[in-house]
Every structure is written in C-alpha cells, then in structure tokens.
Design a protein around this ligand. Structure first.
Ligand code: BLA
Length: 517
C-alpha cells in the first residue's frame, strides 16, 4: 500500500495541472485566431453569461459579439504586444436584447502563441474612491520604511493586504530549505483560530503548482465549491491539444487542491507569489470562509504591493546578514593579529577577547594540534575527542565539515549531546583540527496537521487515489539531538580562519628554520 502511495505521490509531482482544460465558472474564456480574431474555442458557460449560443459564438469574430467600435480599439492595443495598456479593458456586451453587461477583459498570449481573452465581472470602484496604486503603495511603503525588523515588516504587509481586500485571513508564508512553509505573519478576523507559527509540509504544494507560481504571480479562486466549466471544443483546433492555461486567470484548480481548501474550511482564496532571485521565497495566502471575488485592478494592486514591498524584504534580510558578517570579519581579523603576536598561534586563538568561540557563536571549541588538545568552553572530554577525530579522519574529506545533529550521524556523540549536538570542524593538516561545538536545543515544531499523515488514500472507481488530510489540528513535534544550525556566514568565517592558521603556521615554521641556521 505504501508503494502505491509513493507512485501516486510521484504522479502528482508530474501532474500537468496547466492542461486541465477547465475554467472557473465566474468568468468566460475566448480563444482567438489572429489577425481576424475568430473565436476558435470558448468556455461552455459563454452561452448563459453572454446570452449567445455556443454555435453562434464559434462561428463569429470578436466584433460580431461585442460592439465593433470597442473591438477596433482593442485591436490597436494588441499590435504593440504589450498588454499592460490593455489589461483590463472594460468590455460591454448586449446580453439578451438590450441589457448591457460590463466585463473586465484581460488578454494574454499563451505558450502556444494563442491569443486568449478572459472576461471577468467588472466591479465598480465607487465605494473605494482612494484606489490608486500610487496612494496605496505610498501609504504602505512609508510605514514599512519605518520598521527595521523583517518580522514586523511582514506583519505590515499582511495587514495592508487585508485592509485592501477584506479577506477573513491573510498570511505570509515562507519556505524553508526543505520546502516546508512557515506562517510568519498573519492578519485575521479575531474569532478565527490563529495559524501564525504553524508549519505546513512540502507535499501540500506539489512541484507543478510551485512551477506555475513562478509564471503566474497571482491566482484567485473566488468560489472553492463552484462547478468547473469545460472548453468547447475540448481540443484546440489549431494546436490539436488541450489549451495551455499556465498564464490564465480563470484556470480551474486541481480537484485535489479544492478538496484541501474544503477540508480547511476555505470558501475563496487569493495567492500572491513572492519571488527572490527568480526563486519562490514565499506566498501571501488569503482565505475567506464564504465565496469572495476581488476584481482585477485590486488584485494587481496587491501584486504590486507584493513586489515593491518584497524587494524591501530582500534588502532587509541581506542587511541583517551583512551586519553579522561584518562582525565576524572583525573577530577574524583580531584573531589573526593575536596569532601573529603570540609565540604559539594557539594562545592567540584562546587567550584574548574576542576568542575562537566568537568566530562561530559556539559554546565550546577544541584545537587538536600535534597530538595535544586545547579546550575552550563546554566540550567533550579528551578521550571522546580522540574517537571523534578518528571518525572525522575516516569520513570527512572536505575543507570544512558541519552538522547540527552530530548524534544522528555519529551515534557515540549521544552521550555528550548536551555539549556537542552541533559540530563545525576544519582540518588544518594531518590529524590537526579546530572543532566548534553547540549544545542540543530541544525544539518544538508546530505543524498544521500531522506531517506524517499529510495525505490520505481513498478508493474511487476501484482506483487508489491520494487526497489531502482532513485534520489541520495543531500537531507538535519535538525535535531532539539537534543544535541551532550553523549559518553560512559562520561556516565561511571558519574557512577563512583555516587559511589564516595555515599561513601563520607556515610563517612561524619559517622563522624557526631561520633561527636554527
Ligand atoms: C496548490 N496548495 C496549493 C496552493 C497553496 C497550497 C497555497 C496554491 C493555491 C493557489 O495557487 O491559489 C497550500 N494553502 C496551502 C497551505 C496553506 C494554504 C499549506 O493556505 C497554509 C495555511 N495538496 C495536498 C495534497 C495534494 C495537494 C495531498 O495537500 C495532492 C494530493 C495538491 N495543492 C495541490 C495541487 C495544487 C495545490 C495539485 C495546485 C492547484 C492548482 O493550481 O491547480
């Protein structure tokens, strides 16, 4: 049964969700052949929404369906290939005789070069007179500039997005190195239970969905219970394939994800990608309990806010790290100075302030040189260190070795986990090492549902199928035998020190050789 689950999980990891060929019922999609804008494919619901039969639509040009005057204007806009000026276009249609209906029309060309027009209900902004990107962005950015800490910054973003859109819950969700996600900021209606601080497993968002996020930065599901709508004809007559909906607004989400939302009690969602260095850094995820539609321009304002503000986050993240790197640089240059002043370089590393421990924020360190140990702070005893170094010699060939869980890869270390669950080691020359240690820090990870039961299986038409978990109740995992992790800047500082020690030893050896002559 487990192997079937594995196959199913694999299949999901490759599922072509952009080719589902179904859209959400709240809008209409028209696939157009250029340059005449003949309608070659349309969503099934066009008949009820536009009041024209499907046969008639599929036999038409765009100007037969909408006022030819507005279509001429659209055609002019289509020439320069830049849809920014065109999207959204107010498009009105005379539905069933004389009744006019106004839509937001949004164009894009998909990966196959097909021109696609999506129509969404146009909502008048009379009740939001202040809505302009400029004002929105300015008010928020002013606030953001005054906060120094990344966490506070994220909190303001979710509050601003919630104010703008009125969602019941807005979260900022950050991916970690293993692709799990943590809710690091949340704004919500008071009576809802908080998700802040919860972690969600990687499998909640399969790879194809992550890939789509990077192409399409904002996605909306106005009604998670809505019935999806088919394309007519199902196969595109030009490409003879199902339509590529990667960049579409209306694409109907995977049934699996809809089930996930139902299990979570979510009636509508809006998701905004946060990209850093062309990689998905996180998401802004908005939930509403009941169905909720957010018009195109307001979504764009949120996306804009996400982009502008996020470039600020990146800067903040880098500044926090930069300050720390500068501090470590300072410690290293002092250590190099002390080493050159002392007769024995080891004294230079331990006798002064700052010392070896400050270089990597360790609680203990050992210098193993010429068969002797020099110990600082909390360390395993010499006998244990002897075994540990024997193990390192056998297993580590790199210039630097680090782990935040030594007992897991070297079980003998369990007995001194309280001083050395974390190890950072640099070999200097044969059997010579500098080692840094960190104690076990027992951590509690709060998962949004048991990650070992992230999905369940059901049998449907005799087929085993994976489906999302039913319970998102808090599940606490206690993580043991782990220290705080070594930061890249600390690992780098250790490497730099390794070079400096090698130079110092070489220099002192030369001096000795000269004295001997
Ligand atoms: C998509 N899963 C997603 C998305 C999010 C999550 C944000 C993108 C939604 C969008 O683009 O609008 C996950 N949402 C979360 C999480 C929180 C949240 C973690 O609000 C936390 C608060 N998901 C499963 C399982 C499967 C699965 C078991 O848990 C498969 C069996 C699938 N998730 C799945 C798929 C998509 C998805 C297929 C893509 C949906 C689509 O765009 O078609």
């Amino acid at each position: 049964d487990l192997s079937v689950q594995k196959i199913e999980l694999n299949r999901l990891e490759q599922e072509p969700i952009h080719l589902y060929n179904r859209i959400q019922a709240y809008g209409v999609i028209l696939v157009l052949e250029e340059p005449d804008l003949n309608v070659i494919q349309v969503s099934q619901n066009a008949e009820s929404i536009l009041g024209i039969s499907l046969e008639e639509i599929l036999d038409s040009k765009l100007e037969d369906i909408f006022d030819p005057f507005q279509v001429d204007r659209l055609k002019e806009g289509l020439v320069d290939n830049n849809f920014d000026g065109l999207n959204p276009s107010k498009i009105w249609a005379r539905v069933r005789g004389d009744e006019y209906v106004v839509f937001d029309g949004v164009f894009h060309r998909n990966g196959e070069g097909l021109l696609i027009l999506e129509l969404e209900p146009a909502v008048s902004y009379d009740n939001i007179p202040f809505l302009s990107f400029y004002h929105l962005a300015k008010a928020s950015i002013n606030q953001l500039e005054r906060t120094a800490k990344l966490k506070d910054f994220c909190q303001i973003i979710v509050e601003e997005v919630r104010k703008l859109t009125g969602f019941d819950r807005v979260m900022l969700y950050k991916f970690d190195a293993e692709n799990h996600g943590d809710v690091i900021a949340e704004a919500k209606r008071e009576e809802l239970e908080p998700y802040l601080g919860l972690r969600y497993p990687e499998s909640d968002i399969p790879a194809p969905a992550r890939k789509l996020f990077t192409a399409n930065w904002i996605r909306i599901i106005p009604d998670s219970h809505g019935e999806p709508v088919d394309m007519v004809p199902a196969i595109n007559p030009l490409t003879e394939q199902p339509l590529d909906l990667t960049l579409s607004i209306l694409r109907s989400p995977s049934p699996c994800h809809l089930e996930y939302l139902h299990n979570m009690g979510v009636g509508a969602s809006l998701t905004i990608s946060l990209m850093k260095d062309n990689k998905l850094w996180g998401l802004i995820a908005c939930h509403h309990i009941t169905p909720k539609f957010v018009p195109y321009e307001l979504r764009k304002a949120c996306e804009f806010l996400g982009r502008v503000v996020f470039s600020e986050i990146s800067v903040k993240e880098e500044t926090e790290d930069y300050d720390y790197r500068m501090k470590l640089n300072y410690v290293r240059s002092r250590l190099v100075e002390y080493m050159s002043e002392e007769e024995n370089f080891i004294d230079g590393l331990i006798k002064h302030d700052p010392n070896l421990l400050d270089l990597t924020d360790a609680t203990g360190a050992a210098i193993c040189f010429g068969g002797n140990y020099t110990l600082v702070g909390q360390t395993p005893d010499e006998e244990d260190l002897n075994y540990l170094i024997g193990w390192l010699q056998k297993n580590v060939k790199e210039e630097v070795f680090y782990t935040d869980s030594l007992p897991r890869i070297y079980p003998d270390a369990r007995k001194y986990k309280d001083v050395a669950s974390g190890l950072l080691a640099i070999p200097i020359a044969k059997r010579n090492y500098v080692l840094w240690f960190r104690p076990e820090v027992i951590q509690t990870v709060n998962w949004g549902g048991n990650p070992n039961k992230a999905y369940e299986t059901t049998t449907e038409d005799g087929q085993l199928r994976l489906c999302p978990r039913k319970s998102f109740n808090l599940w606490k995992e206690t993580v043991r035998l782990k220290s705080l992790h070594w930061k890249p800047s600390e690992i780098n500082a250790a490497l730099e020190l390794r070079k400096a020690i090698a130079n110092t030893i070489l220099y002192q050896a030369e001096e000795l050789a000269q004295l001997a002559h």
